[in-house]
Each structure stands twice: as structure tokens, then as C-alpha cells.
Write a protein that binds this ligand. Structure first.
Ligand SMILES: CC(C)(COP(=O)(O)OP(=O)(O)OC[C@H]1O[C@@H](n2cnc3c(N)ncnc32)[C@H](O)[C@@H]1OP(=O)(O)O)[C@@H](O)C(=O)NCCC(=O)NCCS
Length: 430
């Protein structure tokens, strides 16, 4: 987050008062103070049940936290560390046909000594009010548990695939790919991951920019990374010698077999050819019988590249969660696959997105959205609207689940209009 966001968006006064009433101080962390940043980071690690970070790890993570709007909740009777944390920054969400400002939330923790007293609720509602006050139309996060955030209007919106590949059985079946693969050392790997993510993140809805600390960790350069030294990188160069793909992975021995599991940390590619070359490397790797990867798009071509599709186990799971605050700004930021003319009645228990909205999509795929008093064609909650927003969840699935109400031809029209041409993905945690 830029300096202006840290200074312009102070703590939410409603949550501040609510927490003050129970003797807790809710305040911004001073990002110019190493001690304050380290306290925040130590509380975050404790909240996520991580080990106490080393001095070196704290110094490394300061680079990231300094760029964010970090909030701590302090209990004067409980020591110097905050008893709850949250941070946020304004970033850019790729949507079909464009981008949208998004308030990204991370580091949501409440100390085990202070749980289930409404502190997380104060933090989350505070973030939504702060984002709305800042004029940011969308909020996003990735989650430790799928049961925590629905109550605030978030929904799983960008599902992804976890794949487990029996490489001994799969068999490479596609044509060989031109170009070549080369190993890349970990410093270069971090740079190449960053560059290629930036080049490719516009290709699929659901992506956000990464940051230096994220690429260092994936490349095995996080100072507290126990597997750091095991991380290897390869890069794919096309026929012109341009790097178009990169993979970070580790090899770990399967006990007693002298065979290895190839654990993919991430694959970032700018072309289909690069992805095919990397998959061929994985499938054909000597002494490897199993490969695993997560956060792949649900339409990854791997099953179509191998001789035996049953060698590729695919588990689709929730990953990117979204929450619309501003209906007009959000719905008009993306393009749609079909024309549409509907009135959406949106229920938002926290008020931000509530109302009846006429949404008209023209032949150019652009939407016009305005508040209306007309009768509703579709009735849904803000979580359901957020779910279908990026094109990763079908309105027809939510209608079948009884979570969106409309006549079936309206559901069909909504489903067709909101579809994305390529499956959305979010290839990082935040
Ligand atoms: C998840 C966590 C932040 C919740 O903090 P908390 O202060 O105990 O939550 P609150 O007391 O404000 O609870 C608010 C609501 O969420 C519910 N809730 C809290 N934690 C929940 C959980 N883990 N699963 C499901 N519901 C949960 C509460 O029951 C309450 O429901 P209600 O108000 O609708 O009746 C805290 O348990 C924690 O730090 N967990 C470990 C770190 C983590 O997983 N953070 C989330 C990262 S994405």
C-alpha cells in the first residue's frame, strides 16, 4: 500500500469505540518503528501457530509489512504484543476484460487467549468500512478456514485445482515442444517469478500482483524456510531465447524407495507452449513417481497432455474469496459474454451493496448499472453476487443450491453473461 493509503485511511472509528468499551486499544502500527513492526509480525506468527520468528526472519518480513496498513489490538494487561492483527493494502484484481481496485486483507489473527469475544468481527467490519470510506469497490482475501468469512459477505469466487500426479503412470502424450529448459538459481528464480507473474496475471480473472517477499519465499529464499535449500528452479526459453515460463519445486525422497516426489511450489507461464514444456519436464523426470501442485486453474491442460488421464488426480477447492462493496463500480469494471437486462435485488446485512440494481449489458459486453425501484428479476445476497462476479462460480450452481432466486431463463442468461472465457485463477496466497 502506498504511503497515502496508510495516512489517509485511519482506523475505523466504530470498531475503535467498540473495542475501547472492552478495554482494548485498536490502532495503526507505526511502520517507521522496527519494534512495532516486529511485534505485529510476532503476534501474527503466534496467531497462525507458527514458530517464534528469528531476528533474521523479522528483518526480512519488515520489507512487506512496511508497505501495508497494519492494525493491532492491544490489551494493556496482556503484554506488549498485539492480541489481534490485521493488515490490508490496495491492489489490482484482474477481472474479465480489465482490472478493478481491490482492498486485500491479510494477517487476520486473534490470540488464543482472546478468541470468541467478537474481536475478529470488529477487525473485519472495520476493514470493510475503511475500504468503503476509501472508495475501494471490492475486498478480497485468502482463508485458513472456509467457515469464517461468509458472515461478512465474502464468498469463495476463484476456485482452483490441487493436482496429484502419478508420473510413473501418466505417460507424456503430447507433441514435443520447441525451445529449451534450463536450471535457474534461486535469486534469478525470484526475479523471474515476479516478472512472469506480472506479464501473465492479466490473462485470467482472479489474479492480483505479487510482492517481493512472496517471490523470495516461493524461490526458497525465506530465511525461516526449512526446505529453502531444497528449492530448485527451471526456466523455459522459447525458440527466440525469451524466458516464457518458470517453475519452483523441491524433490523429496519417498522413504525406502529411492524414488522422489516432485513438489511444485509454483508454475508461472506466459504462453501455452511454456506450460507444456514444463509439464513435460515434470511428467518425464527421472526417479520421480509422484508430483503435486496446488493453485492451478481448474482448466489446466495437464489431463490432455498425458496418455492416462486417471494418473492426474484433480481436487477443486476454494481459494480466492471476494466481497463486493460497490455494486456499480464492480459490475461495470468487467466485460460480459452475453447481453443482459435484469434487475438484481441484493441483500447485504452490512448495508454496503444493498439495493435493487438494473444491470444492462450491451452487445459490446460492457455493463451499465444503476439503482432502480423496478421489480427484481433476481434475488440474491452480496456473497452470492461476489461468488459469480469473476466468472469462476456459475449462477446456475447457486440457483440449484437455492442461494439465488430467479426464473430459470433468467438464471441461464445470468450464467451465460457472467461466464469467463478462461477459468479464473489466483496463483498465490496472501
Ligand atoms: C479465526 C479467528 C481470527 C477468529 O477470531 P475471534 O475473535 O475468535 O472471532 P469472533 O469472536 O469475532 O467471531 C466472530 C464470528 O465468527 C465465528 N468464528 C470465529 N472463528 C471461527 C472459525 N474458526 N470458524 C467458524 N466460525 C468462526 C464466531 O462464532 C462468530 O460468529 P457470529 O458472530 O456470527 O455468531 C481466530 O480464531 C484466529 O486467529 N484463528 C487462527 C488464525 C486464522 O485462522 N486466521 C484467519 C486467517 S484467514
Amino acid at each position: 500500500m502506498s504511503e497515502s493509503h496508510r495516512t489517509v485511511h485511519p482506523v475505523d472509528p466504530t470498531s475503535q469505540q467498540r473495542l475501547q468499551k472492552v478495554g482494548l486499544e485498536y490502532r495503526l502500527i507505526d511502520t517507521t518503528s522496527d519494534a512495532d513492526l516486529d511485534g505485529f509480525q510476532r503476534a501474527d506468527a503466534r496467531g497462525f501457530h507458527d514458530q517464534e520468528p528469528t531476528g533474521e526472519a523479522l528483518a526480512q518480513s519488515r520489507e512487506t509489512t512496511r508497505e501495508r496498513r497494519n492494525l493491532g489490538v492491544f490489551d494493556a494487561t496482556a503484554g506488549r504484543l498485539p492480541i489481534a492483527t490485521v493488515n490490508s493494502w490496495v491492489t489490482s484484481l484482474t477481472v474479465p476484460g480489465g482490472e478493478l481496485d481491490m482492498w486485500a486483507i491479510s494477517s487476520v489473527t486473534v490470540a488464543s487467549t482472546h478468541r470468541r469475544r467478537g474481536i475478529a468481527r470488529a477487525l473485519l467490519e472495520g476493514e470493510l468500512r475503511a475500504a468503503s470510506a476509501a472508495g475501494v469497490p471490492m475486498v478480497g482475501l485468502t482463508v485458513s478456514e472456509a467457515t469464517i468469512y461468509g458472515r461478512y459477505g465474502f464468498s469463495s469466487a476463484v476456485p482452483v485445482a490441487r493436482m496429484t500426479i502419478d508420473t510413473a503412470r501418466a505417460g507424456w502424450a503430447a507433441a514435443p515442444v520447441a525451445g529449451r529448459l534450463l536450471y535457474t538459481d534461486r535469486e534469478e528464480l525470484a526475479d523471474q517469478l515476479a516478472r512472469l507473474h506480472d506479464v501473465s496475471r492479466g490473462a485470467r480473472a482472479g489474479q492480483i500482483p505479487g510482492w517481493r517477499g512472496r517471490w523470495l519465499r516461493l524461490a526458497g529464499l525465506g530465511v525461516d524456510d526449512k526446505d529453502g535449500a531444497a528449492v530448485r528452479g527451471i526456466r523455459y526459453l522459447d525458440a527466440d531465447g525469451t524466458v516464457q515460463g518458470v517453475m519452483a519445486y523441491t524433490l523429496s525422497e519417498i522413504p525406502g524407495q529411492f524414488r522422489f516426489e516432485l513438489r511444485i511450489r509454483t508454475i508461472v507461464t506466459a504462453t501455452d507452449e511454456a506450460l507444456r514444456a514444463i509439464w513435460q519436464f515434470v511428467i518425464s523426470h527421472d526417479l520421480v513417481t509422484r508430483a503435486t501442485v496446488d493453485l492451478r486453474p481448474v482448466d489446466d491442460p495437464l489431463p490432455w497432455l498425458v496418455a492416462d488421464q486417471r494418473a492426474v488426480g484433480v481436487e477443486v477447492h476454494d481459494h480466492g474469496w471476494l466481497r463486493i462493496l460497490d455494486v456499480v463500480a464492480s459490475l461495470t469494471a468487467r466485460t460480459y459474454q452475453r447481453p443482459l437486462d435484469v434487475v438484481l435485488a441484493v441483500d447485504d446485512p452490512l448495508g454496503f451493496a444493498s439495493g435493487r440494481w438494473r444491470m444492462r449489458v450491451g452487445a459490446d459486453g460492457r455493463a451499465q448499472v444503476e439503482s432502480t425501484d423496478d421489480a427484481a428479476d433476481v434475488t440474491l445476497g452480496v456473497a452470492e453476487l461476489s461468488a459469480i462476479f469473476a466468472g469462476g462460480v456459475r449462477a446456475s450452481s447457486l440457483a440449484a443450491a437455492g442461494r439465488v432466486q430467479a426464473e430459470s431463463h433468467v438464471i441461464d442468461a445470468l450464467t451465460a453473461a457472467f461466464a469467463a472465457d478462461r477459468a479464473p485463477v489466483l496463483s498465490i496466497w496472501y
